[in-house]
Design a protein around this ligand. Structure first.
Ligand code: PMP
Length: 393
C-alpha cells in the first residue's frame, strides 16, 4: 500500500471498510485521472452530482468571476448578493408558480431538515410521514425520516412522531391525516435501488395531502437537475409538491442544497420565531455562481431531452447479457440487478480495473448503479456498455 493510501486510511476519518482508493489527479468531462495516469470513465458522476460533467467551462468561469468580486460577506439572507439573487431567479424560471421562493443551504440533508421544520412551522402540526427504504440524509432529522432501520439503529433516539408508509402502496396513504405536517418522499426512490412510482400512487398522494392540509415534500436531491430526462422528476407525473428539496447536481460540482416553496409558506420562517432557519454559509456566492451557471448549461444544451434515448441505448446493449436479472432505469439513472450481492461486488471491481466507475446502492445489495454525466455521448455509452459486458462474463 502506498504511503498516500495509508495516510488516507489513518489520518482521514473513514466510514467505509473498503473504499475505492482512486487517487485523484484531475477530472474533466466524463473522465477522472488518477496519479498514475490511469483514466476512468466516471459512470456515477460523483453520485449524481456532475450532471454536466466535471469542470464544465461555464461553471469554472462563473466561479472565477465571482472570486474577483467577493467571497463570504454575511450570514444567509441579510445582504443582497448578485449570485444568490440570480440563482433564485433562475430556479423560479424553471419551476412551477407555487415553487417561486428558494432558500439556498449547504447540502441535501440540510435542505430536508429545513423543509421538515418549515412544514411543522407552517401547519402547526407535529406528525411526519415518510417512506420505507427511503434515504434523506445523514444528520439527525433526515436520518429520522430515512426508512432504513440498519442506518438508524445505533443513533436512537431520533425524532418522534414519524410513521413510514410503503412506497407505491395506495392503501398506506390512509395514515396521512389532519395531524400530519408533511409527507417527505423521494419522487423516485434512488438509494432503494431505483424504485419508480406509479402515476396513481403519486396522484393519490397529492390528493390526500391536499385534502388533509398536509404539505407534500418531494426530495429531488438525487433525481433532480435533469437526471431522469426532465429537469425535475415530478414533471414526469404532472404533480407539483408544496416544498421541493434539491442538492447534488444543482451546484455543478460545488456543495449546495436548496428548499423551495411558495412565498406564502416560506414567509413563515420570518416570525414565531424570527430566523426560523439559520445558516452562516448557505447561499455562499461562489457556490451560487456555479449553480447558476449549471442551470444555464442545462437549459441550453439538449442533454435533458436526450437522456432517455441515451439511457435506452445503454440499457439495450446491457440487456444482451443474460446474467443481468433486471434493469430499472429512468433517463440516465440505472439500477442493474444481478443474481447476488457477491456478483455485484465482483462486476463493480472488474469494471474499476478496466477503468469504469460504477457504484453500489445503500439499500439494494443485488444491484449496482450507473448515473453518468448527462453530457456523455452515444459513442462513450457504447464503450461503457462494452466494458460492462466484458466484466459480466
Ligand atoms: N436526499 C437524497 C434523495 C439523497 O440521495 C441524498 C444523498 N445521497 C441526500 C438527500 C443527502 O444529501 P447530502 O449528502 O448532500 O446531505
Amino acid at each position: 500500500m502506498s504511503s498516500r493510501s495509508s495516510d488516507f486510511l489513518s489520518l482521514q476519518a473513514q466510514t467505509n471498510p473498503s473504499p475505492y482508493l482512486i487517487d485523484v489527479e484531475k477530472a474533466e468531462g466524463i473522465y477522472i485521472w488518477d496519479k498514475s495516469g490511469k483514466k476512468y470513465m466516471d459512470m456515477i458522476a460523483g453520485v449524481a452530482v456532475n450532471n454536466i460533467g466535471h469542470r464544465h467551462p461555464e461553471v469554472i468561469n462563473a466561479i472565477q468571476n465571482q472570486l474577483e468580486k467577493h467571497l463570504h460577506v454575511m450570514v444567509y439572507g441579510e445582504y443582497i448578493q448578485d449570485a444568490q439573487l440570480d440563482l433564485t431567479k433562475n430556479l423560479a424560471s424553471i419551476l412551477p408558480n407555487n415553487l417561486n421562493c428558494s432558500y439556498i443551504v449547504n447540502s441535501g440533508t440540510e435542505a430536508n431538515e429545513a423543509a421538515i421544520k418549515l412544514a411543522k412551522r407552517y401547519t402547526g402540526r407535529k406528525e411526519i410521514v415518510s417512506c420505507k427504504a427511503s434515504y434523506h440524509g445523514s444528520t439527525h432529522g433526515s436520518l429520522s425520516v430515512t426508512g432504513n432501520e440498519i442506518k438508524q439503529s445505533s443513533f436512537k433516539p431520533l425524532l418522534p412522531n414519524i410513521s413510514f408508509i410503503e412506497f407505491n402502496n395506495i392503501n398506506s396513504l390512509n395514515s396521512i391525516t389532519k395531524e400530519t405536517a408533511c409527507v417527505i418522499i423521494e419522487t423516485i426512490q434512488g438509494d432503494a435501488g431505483l424504485r419508480i412510482p406509479t402515476i396513481e400512487f403519486l396522484t393519490q398522494l397529492r390528493e390526500k395531502c391536499t385534502s388533509t392540509g398536509t404539505l407534500l415534500i418531494f426530495d429531488e436531491v438525487q433525481v433532480g437537475m435533469g437526471r431522469t430526462g426532465k429537469m425535475f422528476a415530478f414533471e414526469h407525473y404532472n404533480i407539483v409538491p408544496d416544498i421541493l428539496t434539491l442538492g447534488k447536481a444543482l451546484g455543478g460540482g460545488m456543495p449546495i442544497g436548496a428548499f423551495v416553496s411558495s412565498y406564502e409558506i416560506m414567509y413563515s420562517l420570518t416570525n414565531n420565531p424570527v430566523l426560523g432557519h439559520i445558516t452562516t454559509f448557505g447561499g455562499h456566492p461562489v457556490i451560487c455562481a456555479a449553480a447558476n451557471a449549471c442551470i444555464n448549461v442545462l437549459k441550453r444544451e439538449d442533454w435533458i431531452a436526450t437522456a432517455d434515448a441515451k439511457g435506452k441505448l445503454l440499457e439495450n446493449l446491457l440487456l444482451q447479457n443474460k446474467s443481468i436479472k433486471a434493469i430499472r432505469r429512468v433517463g440516465l439513472f440505472f439500477a442493474i440487478e444481478l443474481t447476488s450481492p457477491e456478483k455485484v461486488q465482483q462486476v463493480v471491481k472488474r469494471c474499476l480495473e478496466k477503468g469504469l466507475i460504477g457504484f453500489w446502492f445503500l439499500s439494494c445489495p443485488n444491484a449496482f448503479r450507473l448515473s453518468p454525466p448527462l453530457s456523455i455521448t452515444e459513442e462513450e455509452l457504447k464503450t461503457a456498455g462494452e466494458i460492462i459486458l466484458s466484466c459480466l462474463d
